[in-house]
Design a protein around this ligand. Structure first.
Ligand code: FAD
Length: 197
């Protein structure tokens, strides 16, 4: 079976892992010119750890972990109200034992699959037509190919979904919540600890 996946972040390479393992010929298109780094921490708890183990990725994921030791909740004066440690609750606590940066997780998944999967960077789906047996696809670079199945793993604002099902406004509902992550100098002298005010 020939399967085309759009997006090489987290979902795309994870899906490529399982599809390739089941014998599919998988092509992954990533619009960015290379694997996108960056992003904050992703925690793996409970069943997620079992999924990582079944993928055979326990060792590389653990090797890429942030090694955060724990967190203190503090009041405005800096007095510690509560302390959490990565080994609380069998590693499934507030600070998870497996905490990995999004970009590192993406890289682990990509490295695991790159030998058996046809990754194309700087490429995306420009046009697709479906019939009863498959999908004819034209890549932005001009190449045409036919696949049995096309899967969108190109994120919340998926262009592939827009191409097939219509504009984002029909599917994305903003909940009015925004987060900003950025790097700052280590003014608090923190070493693998989190401070939460
Ligand atoms: C750079 C980056 C940083 C992030 N940081 C965080 C974070 O800190 N914390 C967090 O919880 N979540 C973060 N996210 C979102 C997080 O990855 C997702 O919430 C979740 O992991 C789902 O991932 P995904 O693979 O479904 O989609 P996404 O991670 O959104 O990845 C979609 C991928 O598809 C690619 N793409 C987009 N359009 C096309 C197209 N038309 N054709 C081919 N490829 C396309 C994008 O370049 C991207 O690589 C980040 C995402 C990105 C891209």
């Amino acid at each position: 079976m020939r399967i085309l996946v759009a997006g090489a972040s987290i979902a795309g390479p994870a899906l490529a892992h399982w599809l390739h393992r089941r014998g599919a010929a998988v092509t992954v298109l990533e619009r960015a010119p290379e694997l996108r780094p960056g992003g904050q921490a992703v925690d793996a708890r409970g069943i997620t750890k079992e999924v990582i183990r079944r993928m055979g990725l326990d060792a590389p994921v653990r090797a890429a972990c942030t090694q955060t030791i724990g967190a203190h909740s503090v009041d405005a004066a800096g007095a510690v109200l509560e302390t959490y440690r990565a080994d609380d609750d069998g590693g499934d606590g507030f600070i998870a034992e497996i905490e990995i940066l999004r970009g590192d997780l993406s890289r682990v998944l990509y490295e695991d699959t790159r030998a058996g999967v046809d990754y194309r960077f700087g490429e995306w789906i420009a046009e697709l037509t479906q019939d009863a047996d498959g999908v004819d696809v034209r890549f932005a670079g001009g190449e045409r190919q036919r696949f049995d199945l096309v899967i969108g793993a190109d994120g919340v604002h998926s262009s592939l979904r827009a191409l097939v099902f219509g504009p984002h406004e029909r599917f994305v509902r903003h909940l009015g919540h925004a987060l900003a992550f950025y790097s700052v100098p280590n003014e608090f002298g923190l070493d693998r600890w989190l401070l939460e005010y």
